[in-house]
Design a protein around this ligand. Structure first.
Ligand code: TSJ
Length: 643
C-alpha cells in the first residue's frame, strides 16, 4: 500500500513536469500561439471523438462555440474509461488529460486498431494550454466529472449523477496567458469539421456558434456519400462543369487497411488532388499519391492506345496531361501510419504505393471498359492538354532563347539589391508605378529588391494563368525569382529568401494578391511550402498628436490610439487615412511597412494560397451567378484577403 502510494507521488511529479514543458514551449506542440494554434486545440479534441467513430462506437459529434469563446465537444461513444490505470494507479481518464503523449491504447485492442496510436495524444496538450477544462463521461451507469486548471487537476474524478447513454463531453477555455487571441473563427472550424464529415461517411457532426444571443448558427455536417460527396462539393463550390457523369469511386478493404478513391474530370485546366491518411490531410502527399499518379498515367496510355485515341507513333501522355481538369480524393486508413516531411504530412509507408497503384489501374481499366463513351470524352481532353503542353514548350524555348540574346535575363523594371545571399535578401512585388517609386527610395538597397507591377491586370484581361510564358505581367516575376517554374522549379535557386507582396488594402490590391497567390499556388507551390512568400501590411491610418505618431492597421486600433493619445499633449489630433501605398512618403513607407525592425508581415501558408485559388477560379469563371453569390457571401474575405 505504502509502496503504491509512493509510486503515485513519483508519477505525479512526472505529470507536472510533462505539462509544464507544454506551457513553456507551446509552439513545439501545437505549431503556434496565434490563431492557427488556437484552432488546433479544437482539432485535437475532435480527432479523439472521430477516432471513436472510426472504431465503430460513435455516430454523433457535437461541437459548440459557447459564449466567451468556450469550446464544448460531445460524442456518443463509449466514454473515456474511468477505471484505474494498471501501472499508474490513477484513473485512465486522468492519465489522458495529465500525461503527455498518453495515447488512446490503454484499453485492450478491441476495435481500436485503425486509429490506434495515432490520436488521443493531444488531449493533455489542450488541457495544459487551457485556463480551465472540464470532462464529463458516462459509462451507461454513472456520470463522472473532473476539472482542471492550466493542466493541473482542480477536482478529483467523482460521480455526479446517473445516466443510461454513454458519452464523453469536454469543455474548455483556451488560456489567455498562452494565446495571442482567443476568438475562434467559425469558418476555419467549419472547414475542418466538414472535411472530417466527408472522410467518415455517415458520421454526423453538428457545429454551432452560440456566442451571440439571437444570432446562433448551426450547421449539420453529414455525408452519406463520403469522399464521393467531397468531389461533388468541390465541383459545385467552384461551379465547374464535369466531363464524365458521376464521380468514379473505388474502395478496397484488406488486412484492416482501407483505401478509397473518388475522382471526376471537369472542363478546367487545373488539377486538384486531396490526399488523406488516417483522416489527416497529407499536404505533402506521399506514397498513396504517388501510387495513384503512376497508375493513372499508365492506365491512360494503355487505354488510349487500345481505343486508338493515341496512335502507336505518337508521344505518350505525361502525368500533367492526364491530371488536367482532374479532381480526386484519396483516403487511406492504416495501422502505424508513418508521417514524414517538413510538416509531417507526407505518408511514408512504402507498401501502400503498390496497393494503391494496382487498385487504381485495375478499377479504372474496368471503368473505361464499361463506359467507352465517357472514356473517349476524358481522353479527348487529355489529348488537348498534351497538344497545349507541346505548344507551350515551344513558346518557352523561344522565350529562353530570347533571354539568352538579351544577355541579362532580369526584368527591366527590377531594382535589384546588391547582396546575393538568399538567406536574408528580399523582393517586394509592388502594385503600381508610384508606390514602386516610393519603395525604391525607401528600401535598403543592400538586401531589398523592388519589382513594380502595373495596374489592374485582372479586370482588363481575363488572365489565363496557363499562358504564363506569354504574360508580360507574370513573366518578370518568374525571371526575378530565378528559380524556374512548374516541373522545372528548384527552390534552392530562389534569388530572394522573402518574396513580399505589397499591395493596397483595397479591392484592386486584393485582386493583385489573389492573382499572385493563385499563380504561386499553381505554378510555384514549393516556394510557399518552404515559407518564402509574405504579404506586407501597410497601415490604414496615421494617428498623431504633436510628436506622438502611431501607425495603425484597423478601425479598432485607430480608436484605441485616439483614446491613448488624448491626454498626451495639447497639440491638435490628426488622423490621416491612407488610401494607397502611393500616399505615403518613402520615410513613412520604410518605417511602417519595410523596416524589418518595425514592420508586420503575414506569412502565406498553402491553405491561404489555396483559398486564393478558389476565389480566383470563381472570379474568373464563365458563370455569372455563382460569381455574384460568391462575392456577396465572401465580401469580407475578398476585401480583406489577409485575415
Ligand atoms: F480528447 C479527449 F480525450 F478529450 C476526448 C476523447 C474528447 C472527446 C470529445 C471524446 C473523447 C473520446 C474518447 N471519445 N471516445 C473515447 N473513447 C475512449 O477513450 C475509449 C473508450 C473505450 C475503450 C475500450 O477499449 O474499451 C478505449 C477507448 C480509447
Amino acid at each position: 500500500m505504502e509502496n503504491s502510494l509512493q509510486k503515485y507521488d513519483e508519477n505525479q511529479i512526472q505529470i507536472l513536469e510533462g505539462l509544464e514543458a507544454v506551457r513553456k514551449r507551446p509552439g513545439m506542440y501545437i505549431g503556434s500561439t496565434g490563431p492557427r494554434g488556437l484552432h488546433h486545440l479544437v482539432y485535437e479534441i475532435v480527432d479523439n471523438a472521430v477516432d471513436e467513430a472510426l472504431a465503430g462506437f460513435c455516430k454523433n459529434i457535437d461541437v459548440k462555440i459557447l459564449e466567451n469563446d468556450v469550446i464544448c465537444i460531445v460524442d456518443d461513444g463509449r466514454g473515456i474509461p474511468v477505471g484505474k490505470h494498471p501501472k499508474l494507479g490513477i484513473s485512465a481518464l486522468t492519465v489522458v488529460f495529465t500525461i503527455l503523449h498518453a495515447g488512446g491504447k490503454f484499453g485492450n485492442d478491441g476495435g481500436y486498431k485503425v486509429a490506434g496510436g495515432l490520436h488521443g495524444v493531444g488531449s493533455s496538450v489542450v488541457n495544459a494550454l487551457s485556463e480551465w477544462l472540464k470532462v464529463e463521461v458516462c459509462d451507461g451507469k454513472n456520470v463522472y466529472e473532473q476539472s482542471f486548471k492550466r493542466g493541473k487537476s482542480s477536482s478529483d474524478l467523482k460521480i455526479i449523477g446517473e445516466g443510461m447513454q454513454t458519452y464523453t463531453k469536454v469543455t474548455f477555455k483556451p488560456d489567455c496567458d498562452i494565446f495571442e487571441e482567443l476568438e475562434f473563427d467559425p469558418e476555419i472550424l467549419l472547414k475542418r469539421l466538414r472535411e472530417q464529415a466527408f472522410l467518415n461517411a455517415g458520421l454526423n457532426i453538428v457545429f454551432s456558434d452560440l456566442r451571440v444571443k439571437g444570432q446562433e448558427k448551426t450547421e449539420m455536417l453529414c455525408y452519406e456519400g463520403g469522399i464521393i460527396s467531397l468531389v461533388d462539393y468541390i465541383h459545385e463550390r467552384r461551379s465547374l462543369a464535369c466531363i464524365n457523369d458521376g464521380v468514379i469511386y473505388f474502395k478496397n478493404v484488406k488486412n484492416e487497411q482501407v483505401i478509397e478513391i473518388a475522382l471526376q474530370y471537369n472542363t478546367s485546366y487545373n488539377e486538384l488532388i486531396l490526399s488523406f491518411a488516417n483522416n489527416i490531410h497529407t499536404v505533402e502527399g506521399g506514397v498513396h499519391e504517388v501510387g495513384f499518379k503512376t497508375a493513372l498515367t499508365r492506365v491512360f496510355n494503355d487505354y488510349a492506345k487500345k481505343l486508338g485515341v493515341l496512335k502507336e507513333n505518337e508521344k505518350p501522355f505525361i502525368g500533367e496531361d492526364v491530371r488536367e481538369g482532374l479532381t480526386a480524393v484519396i483516403s487511406v486508413k492504416l495501422m502505424d501510419a508513418q508521417f514524414e516531411g517538413q510538416t509531417k504530412t507526407k505518408l511514408g509507408n512504402t507498401e501502400i504505393k503498390k496497393v494503391v497503384d494496382s487498385l487504381v489501374y485495375e478499377k479504372l481499366s474496368e471503368f473505361f471498359e464499361e463506359n467507352p463513351m465517357q472514356a473517349r470524352a476524358i481522353f479527348e481532353k487529355t489529348l488537348n492538354a498534351s497538344k497545349a503542353r507541346e505548344a507551350a514548350k515551344r513558346a518557352r524555348e523561344l522565350t529562353r532563347r530570347k533571354s539568352v540574346l538579351e544577355a541579362w535575363s532580369l526584368p527591366g523594371k527590377l531594382a535589384d539589391c546588391s547582396d546575393r545571399n538568399n538567406e536574408y535578401t528580399e523582393i517586394y512585388i509592388v502594385e503600381g508605378d508610384s508606390a514602386g517609386g516610393s519603395a525604391k527610395t525607401a528600401r535598403d538597397r543592400t538586401f531589398q529588391a523592388i519589382l513594380p507591377l502595373w495596374g489592374k491586370m485582372l479586370n482588363v484581361e481575363k488572365a489565363r494563368l496557363d499562358r504564363v510564358y506569354g504574360n508580360d505581367k507574370l513573366l518578370p516575376v518568374v525571371m526575378a525569382l530565378g528559380c524556374g517554374i512548374g516541373a522545372d522549379l528548384d527552390v534552392s535557386k530562389i534569388r530572394y529568401g522573402k518574396v513580399i507582396i505589397m499591395a493596397d488594402a483595397d479591392v484592386d490590391g486584393s485582386h493583385i494578391r489573389t492573382l499572385l497567390l493563385t499563380f504561386f499556388f499553381r505554378y510555384m507551390r514549393p516556394i510557399i511550402e518552404h515559407g518564402h512568400v509574405y504579404i506586407a501590411q501597410p497601415p490604414l491610418f496615421k494617428v498623431s498628436r504633436g510628436k506622438n505618431v502611431r501607425y495603425v492597421f484597423s478601425d479598432v486600433q485607430r480608436d484605441e490610439s485616439i483614446k491613448e493619445l488624448a491626454g498626451e499633449s495639447d497639440a491638435k489630433l490628426d488622423i490621416q487615412r491612407y488610401k494607397g501605398l502611393g500616399e505615403m512618403n518613402p520615410e513613412q513607407l520604410w518605417e511602417t511597412t519595410m523596416d524589418p525592425q518595425t514592420r508586420t508581415m503575414l506569412k502565406v501558408y498553402v491553405e491561404d494560397a489555396e483559398k486564393a485559388d478558389e476565389i480566383f477560379t470563381i472570379l474568373m469563371g464563365d458563370k455569372v451567378e455563382p460569381r455574384r453569390l460568391f462575392i456577396e457571401k465572401n465580401a469580407r474575405y475578398v476585401r480583406n484577403l489577409d485575415v
